[in-house]
Design a protein around this ligand. Structure first.
Ligand code: PLP
Length: 349
């Protein structure tokens, strides 16, 4: 009976269900395995001052101001969300009526399509190329023909690690008749942000997160940067108190320790090249990545996934159908973690 009461758009929805296996080495969700324990102590100390009996600051003023200062923009250009996942939901809730269209490239992060499906919107997909390169010409053709209300681009892309040239983002934003969202969840590993474009293009919104480079995935902090007019429009659907006091404190501590995270980012980038070369030397097809993970393809990907799991290591396996058939994605862990995984992959092969 309950299933029958579900709204139509949700009845055939396949939910996004991350695997909750207990493992020794967790490399399935593009997290940062370097910083967590060091940040914990500082956050725990700062939490002593939290008035947990009161609701949080609904505007997350302190953290938004820190972000605004970092990017040299106005605080009214920033929204703080319970993860950038929530900002994606806010954007869709603000703009998408049933049957409205969004445009994405595929493969990419699943939450644009899932959130849009829940809202009753239609998702148009432009495939990436054979090596998952972005096809700007085709993307613009489809955009101009279909006139989607929102365009989502992920730069660097998850799960492929590929990037979109800034000229392409500018051209698409200029030609778009709707909202353009550039999801920069992994931008700290690439450094070609579109944030400097938001003052020029009022229809452009950039999404960032503290979950990846800054090691704060457990606290759930994401944010958007856009023109004041677009920020105000999206803010119309923001629930009050959407970021808990605990998470706001964690974000503040995290941003206060930003320089420390920057050193780790450099290490992850170096280690990414080490892992990539090692996988290639094992004869695997490795896709170029500018993020904190690597996508690779092989025969019997499922077998390797299971072998690593038996050894208490979790990476991401994408199944045997669709554009990601036979692909596996592993986050760049600490050098010790990477060494162990590479050794086991070698053994498996
Ligand atoms: C491209 C992309 N955007 C957004 C997110 C969500 O991040 P958050 O933890 O900020 O909700 C992810 C998480 O994997 C992602 O890969």
């Amino acid at each position: 009976m309950i299933e029958g009461l579900l709204k139509k758009s949700v009845r055939d929805l396949v939910p996004y269900t991350p695997k909750n296996y207990v493992v020794d080495i967790k490399l399935d969700a593009n997290e940062n395995n370097h910083v967590a324990l060091q940040l914990n102590d500082k956050i725990a100390e700062a939490l002593k001052g939290v008035k947990i009996n009161h609701y949080p600051d609904s505007d997350s003023t302190v953290v938004r101001q820190m972000i605004a200062d970092d990017f040299n923009i106005n605080i009214n250009q920033v929204i703080l969300g319970c993860g950038s996942d929530q900002i994606i939901t806010l954007i869709i809730n603000a703009f998408i009526d049933p049957e409205d269209k969004i445009l994405i490239h595929t493969p990419t992060f699943d939450m644009y399509r899932i959130t849009n499906k829940i809202a009753g919107g239609k998702t148009l997909e432009v495939p990436l190329g054979n090596d998952f390169e972005f096809d700007c010409k085709n993307f613009i053709n489809v955009m101009e023909k279909e006139q989607p209300k929102i365009v989502f681009m992920t730069n660097p892309n998850n799960p492929t690690g590929g990037v979109i040239a800034k000229e392409d983002i500018i051209e698409i934003t200029k030609k778009a008749k709707g909202i353009v969202v550039v999801d920069e969840a992994y931008m700290e590993f690439f450094n070609e942000s579109a944030v400097d474009l938001v003052d020029k293009y009022p229809n452009l919104m950039v999404l960032r997160t503290l979950s990846k480079a800054f090691g704060l995935a457990g606290a759930r902090i994401g944010y958007s940067i856009a023109s004041e007019v677009l920020t105000k429009a999206v803010n119309r659907v923001k629930p009050p108190y959407n970021v808990s006091s605990i998470d706001q404190v964690a974000a503040k501590v995290c941003l206060e320790n930003k320089s420390w995270a920057m050193e780790i980012i450099d290490d992850i980038i170096k280690e990414r090249e080490v892992v990539s070369e090692a996988l290639k030397a094992l004869g695997l097809k490795v896709f170029d990545s500018e993020a904190n993970f690597i996508l690779f393809k092989m025969e019997n990907a499922k077998g390797l996934y299971e072998y690593l799991l038996e050894n208490k290591i979790l990476i991401r396996y994408f199944g045997e159908t669709g554009p990601l058939a036979g692909c596996l994605r592993m986050s760049i862990g600490t050098p010790e973690e990477n060494k162990k995984v590479l050794r086991l992959i070698g053994e498996f092969l």
